[in-house]
Design a protein around this ligand. Structure first.
Ligand code: NAD
Length: 376
């Protein structure tokens, strides 16, 4: 699992450089065949919007949107890609879909991603998050045209010491709850496939990566048991926000931070296999804030007298208290750095939500935000 850092010193961008999302970046994706699992989810919808604006040829494979309303429906996702409704636990269906799509790039987002849900449904969570990863890797193994693969995991994959330092990519993987732990397993499965098969004789694909991002916020997240969607629901119905654990610290970032970083990783690894690897993708240190501080900021930005109360839920299983990522590696290898701090990210949530509640064009709002983000 330990990964060599030798590539970082070999003429790669220094930490002072900033990775650029310019016209050339988007031109790379034009016409590229890209296969995305979990396309109907929150991150999947933002990724699809970016790729379809760039002219990519996307095949999306996932269950129906997990929420109602859903961002995927609002952007008319089925018109932006070849959408296949399917389960990653269904090995044959997934293999056929990959085979038929003949992708050059595969991005695995599909997961049961909610910690509390994983306590209620651990078997489903492991089946989806672990065997789903085995299935997509096996499908990719049998599809010689794939040149770059990315498995999207999470900051929760690490054994959590509840300390104030950020976890690094070589720290032990051993998440506590079934969701976090299933994602640790998903990482290990990916490492084994990379070590055992890819880049070896008979397999063309060598560029296999994982990305471990922090908690994302952004317009269009309607998931239950996530703090910003809870705030938005309360704000739109003029109720008080209920916060389950205001003292937990998390690396909050706008959804465009990891989604653009995922695209950067698959592109750069496609062009140079030495760039593939296991990467943390998180905000800067001062954007790791407590949930209480995050909600304070949201209430202030929303206005309209919005406030919150601290109320533990009847069902309160263990969740990590303190969680930070050390993102030195992705900064050093790619010159990547976060562009929007937590306050700017919240501004975007408020802007998107106000467009949505006013019945405006949320697709156009997303294109605007993508452009603004890339120009920052
Ligand atoms: N949202 C976050 O804060 C966050 C943070 C870190 C990592 N992640 C990871 O990012 C990825 C995307 O998360 P999201 O926030 O977009 O979640 P989401 O719940 O909005 O989307 C999940 C997607 O996976 C699909 N899916 C779920 N089970 C499936 C199954 N058995 N077969 C096929 N498709 C299935 C859903 O239909 C949906 O398209 C996940 O892997 C998640 O673990 C999310």
């Amino acid at each position: 699992m330990a990964e060599s850092w030798k590539h970082c010193d070999e003429g790669l961008p220094s930490a002072t450089r900033k990775y650029v999302y310019d016209d050339d970046f988007f031109a790379f994706f034009k016409g590229k065949k890209i296969f995305i699992t979990g396309v109907s989810g929150f991150k999947g919808s933002w990724m699809l919007k970016i790729l379809s604006d760039a002219g990519a040829d996307v095949t999306g494979y996932s269950l129906k949107s997990p929420t109602d309303p859903a961002l995927f429906d609002l952007i008319e996702g089925t018109k932006l890609c070849r959408f296949i409704e399917g389960d990653v636990r269904d090995f044959d269906a997934l293999c056929s879909a990959v085979k038929e799509a003949e992708p050059e790039i595969v991005i695995h987002l599909a997961a049961q991603p909610i910690v509390r849900e994983s306590y209620l449904n651990p078997v489903y969570t492991y089946e989806t998050n672990v065997m789903g990863t085995v299935h997509i890797l096996e499908a990719v193994r049998n599809c010689p045209g794939v040149k770059s693969f990315l498995n999207v995991t999470t900051d929760k994959v690490y054994f959590n010491n509840e300390w104030e330092w950020g976890y690094r990519e070589d720290d032990p993987l051993d998440g506590f709850d079934p969701y976090s732990n299933s994602k640790s397993c998903s990482e290990l499965v990916t490492h084994s496939y990379k070590n055992s098969f890819f880049g070896k004789q008979g397999y063309s694909l060598a560029a296999v990566s994982t990305a471990r991002a922090g908690n994302v916020i952004g317009g269009g997240d309607f998931a239950k048991d996530r703090i910003i969607p809870d705030c938005v629901r309360a704000a739109s119905s003029k109720e008080t926000v209920i916060v389950r654990n205001p003292y937990s610290t998390r690396p909050y970032q706008h959804v465009l931070e990891p989604v653009m970083a995922y695209l950067m990783i698959v592109k750069e690894s496609y062009l140079g296999v030495e760039k593939s690897g296991y990467y943390n993708v998180g905000p800067d240190e001062n954007d790791c804030v407590t949930t209480g501080d995050l909600v304070d900021m949201f209430c202030e930005k929303w206005g309209d007298g919005l406030s919150w109360i601290n109320k533990a839920a009847a069902f309160s299983p263990h969740e990590a208290g303190l969680l930070k990522l050390d993102c030195s590696k992705i900064k050093r290898v790619f010159g990547w750095r976060p562009r929007w701090n937590v306050s700017q990210a919240l501004d975007k949530v408020v802007e998107w939500t106000k467009v949505y509640l006013a019945g405006g064009d949320v697709s156009a709002e997303m294109s605007r935000e993508i452009k603004e983000y890339c120009g920052t």
